[in-house]
Write a protein that binds this ligand. Structure first.
Ligand SMILES: Cc1ncc(COP(=O)(O)O)c(C=O)c1O
Length: 361
């Protein structure tokens, strides 16, 4: 029994360690997880209410077209429903896009430290992941452009990027759009869109009118606090969406996720609170890193990447013993770094106290 050759060489995605697993392993309670860029505030109470209301109906298949959720999204984003596709997490949308637009032997360009799902979905279909160096841990769009070949079908840009937290600016993005041939799909992954406050940030939806081949991907897993339900969406031209719908599983989004998504969209207060808590936590953590002389990368997201300039395994393990889960990013080739998701202030303080105890030993 052999898998196909593309699958054989894949390295599985390594998720953040679940709290329950750590508590079970160490026989402790009260561990905290700052490892998967979730919303520490939880989901919107409105979304939780909608879930309760919908529970009685889970014997029925969900609406395979996510009709009402797409209507809400369309109104919010000033698009038409035919420009939207909903996924089982944005991960699903990214995978559908790759399967729709690439075949074995095609090429996709992506940053070397861009979100790890891009090379995974590319290689799984036998296409080639062309990596563009990121010396400053920022996407280098000039370099990405220079790697375009006759085989290039897609370009992935995470903006802002995970795990670096860095952002491509409006000027860079506009330059890039002018240069890249129209027949190449540019997938802009805006999983952290709602956290970005910079005026230099390009909202990729603003460019759909001038270029047909952009797919914008967003998620309910981050600021909307619905990571456990799995819900994300893609926005693109009606043609692109209709092709993607041919590959999409018929019932890829469950009914609870659809109901929670609709209510979450209406809870602007929860989004604003979440952004504020994140901003406060980010300032706190950055100032503590400065005091400790730890290098960190400016982040436009709900996490911070730090560089410990040495193998971080011992610190990671010591933090686990203190009941604090952060995220090693060696799988990205970032061998001396850790990624810390911004938590509630109590959690941020607990992480810093544990870190101080470890590094001052
Ligand atoms: C840049 C980026 N894109 C996509 C995802 C996938 O999110 P989900 O599938 O939960 O929507 C993540 C999750 O961490 C991410 O960081």
């Amino acid at each position: 029994m052999k898998p196909n050759e593309y699958v054989r060489d894949l390295v599985p995605y390594l998720p953040g360690k679940p709290v329950e697993e750590l508590e079970r392993e160490l026989g402790i309670t009260g561990a905290i997880k700052l490892a998967s860029n979730e919303n520490p505030l939880g989901a919107s109470p409105k979304a939780i209410g909608a879930l309760r209301d919908r529970l009685q109906e889970i014997n029925w298949y969900p609406d395979g077209d996510s009709f009402y959720l797409k209507n809400e999204l369309a109104a919010k984003l000033r698009l038409s429903s035919e420009n939207l596709i909903v996924g089982n997490g944005s991960n699903d949308v990214i995978e559908i896009a790759a399967r729709t637009f690439m075949k074995p032997g095609d090429e996709a360009i992506m940053g070397e430290f861009a979100f790890i799902v891009y090379p995974l979905v590319t290689k799984a279909i036998g296409a080639v992941a062309v990596l563009s160096p990121m010396p400053e841990l920022v996407h280098d769009l000039e370099d990405m452009h220079s790697r375009i070949s006759s085989k290039t079908k897609m370009i992935f840009i995470a903006n802002p990027n995970n795990p670096t937290g860095t952002m491509v600016t409006k000027d860079e993005f506009e330059w890039f759009l002018e240069k890249v041939p129209e027949d190449i799909i540019i997938l802009v992954d805006e999983a952290y869109f709602e956290y970005v406050e910079s005026k230099q940030y390009p909202n990729s939806l603003d460019y759909h009118k001038t270029r047909a081949s952009i797919i914008t991907v967003r998620t309910f897993s981050k600021i909307y606090g619905l990571a456990g339900l799995r819900l994300g969406y893609g926005a693109a031209s009606a043609d692109i969406i209709s092709y993607m719908n041919r590959v999409r599983e018929p019932f890829n989004v469950n009914s609870l996720a659809q109901a929670a998504g609709i209510s979450a969209l209406s809870d602007t207060e929860h989004v604003i609170n979440s952004r504020e808590i994140n901003k406060e936590g980010k300032h706190f953590l950055q100032s503590e890193f400065r005091k400790l002389g730890i290098k960190y990368f400016d982040s436009y997201t709900n996490f911070i990447l730090i560089d410990l300039r040495a193998d971080p395994t011992a610190i990671y393990n010591a933090l686990l013993k203190e009941g604090v889960i952060v995220r090693p990013v060696g799988g990205y080739g970032l061998k001396t770094h850790l990624r810390i998701s911004i938590g509630l202030m109590d959690e941020n303080k607990r992480f810093i106290e544990a870190l101080k105890k470890i590094v001052n030993k």
